[in-house]
Design a protein around this ligand. Structure first.
Ligand SMILES: NC(=O)c1ccc[n+]([C@@H]2O[C@H](COP(=O)([O-])OP(=O)(O)OC[C@H]3O[C@@H](n4cnc5c(N)ncnc54)[C@H](O)[C@@H]3O)[C@@H](O)[C@H]2O)c1
Length: 256
């Protein structure tokens, strides 16, 4: 990974920063010069990510914060804490917080459908809304919000009726946010990972993993850092003419 400074002095909020893809995004952003707010519902996990970040800043530091993205109050508190600590809002935000609760459609409990939608879709809405409002209020000239969908939001996946629906919603939300927020200089894009090695996919049975991997043209699961690379591009000015896009990071899985 080539270290650059393209995110120098950008303040970046990463939800779900305590694990997997979110942790890799925090590490990548810090290595590119960003100040990173690692936000997660798991305080210890967020602190562990924080300890792993490179620190080139002399005055200000990265921070870890606890948030439940499915709670409006919790998200608003987080945005207020960032404002108090850094005297500015985040101008980059990546919404990686997400959960699965898999079961077949015919067996899916209503509460498990609701919970996954609350965290993945409503959580993305609450964070996008609160962060964008803070950016607009402070008059940021270039904001970038990167949401995390999933390839299964596009193609569906057996056992994930709740998750795939939530991720399709994230993609649609992102497109709408891109249309509404471009007038304020805020870009919104969605990354759609395929099968990436993280604690989330550690729960998937080995035979499902090997079947999925056999369908990946590049022949392997992805690494969190490979998703983080794309988030970094979308966060930076290198993607300044891209908004409302969905970028598949799948090794070619379900190209069509
Ligand atoms: N791993 C994959 O193959 C894959 C594929 C497609 C999409 N994704 C998406 O990427 C994102 C990251 O996934 P991952 O594989 O790194 O998962 P992960 O389980 O390793 O990390 C998810 C993080 O989100 C946090 N989180 C969960 N609920 C939260 C809440 N309500 N508020 C705040 N934080 C919360 C968890 O504590 C955890 O640290 C998710 O949105 C996931 O749906 C992952």
């Amino acid at each position: 990974m080539a270290a650059t400074t393209r995110l120098l002095s950008r303040l970046a909020l990463v939800t779900g920063g305590g694990s997997g893809i979110g942790r890799a995004v925090c590490q990548r952003f810090a290595s590119e010069g960003a100040l990173v707010v690692v936000a997660d519902r798991d305080e210890e996990a967020a602190n562990e990510t924080l300890r792993s970040l490179s620190r080139d800043h002399k005055v200000q530091e990265h921070m870890a914060a606890v948030v439940d993205v499915s709670s409006k109050q919790s998200v608003e508190n987080l945005v207020a804490i960032i404002q108090r600590r850094y005297f500015q809002p985040a101008s980059v935000c990546v919404t990686t917080a997400g959960i699965t609760h898999d079961d077949f459609l015919l067996r899916m409990e209503e509460e498990h459908f609701d919970k996954v939608v609350q965290v993945n879709l409503k959580g993305t809405f609450l964070v996008t809304q609160a962060v964008a409002a803070a950016m607009v209020a402070s008059g940021v000239s270039k904001g970038s919000i990167v949401t995390v969908g999933s390839i299964v939001g596009k193609v569906g996946n057996i056992g994930q009726v709740n998750y795939s629906a939530s991720k399709a919603g994230v993609q649609a939300l992102t497109r709408t946010a891109a249309k509404e927020l471009s007038r304020y200089g805020i870009r919104c894009n969605c990354v759609m990972p395929g099968f990436i090695s993280t604690p989330m996919t550690d729960k998937v049975p080995e035979k499902v993993i090997s079947k999925m991997t056999s369908l990946v043209p590049l022949g392997r699961m992805g690494e969190p850092a490979e998703v983080a690379d794309v988030c970094s591009f979308l966060a930076s000015d290198d993607s300044r003419y891209i908004t409302g896009a969905s970028v598949e990071v799948t090794g070619g899985l379900f190209i069509g």
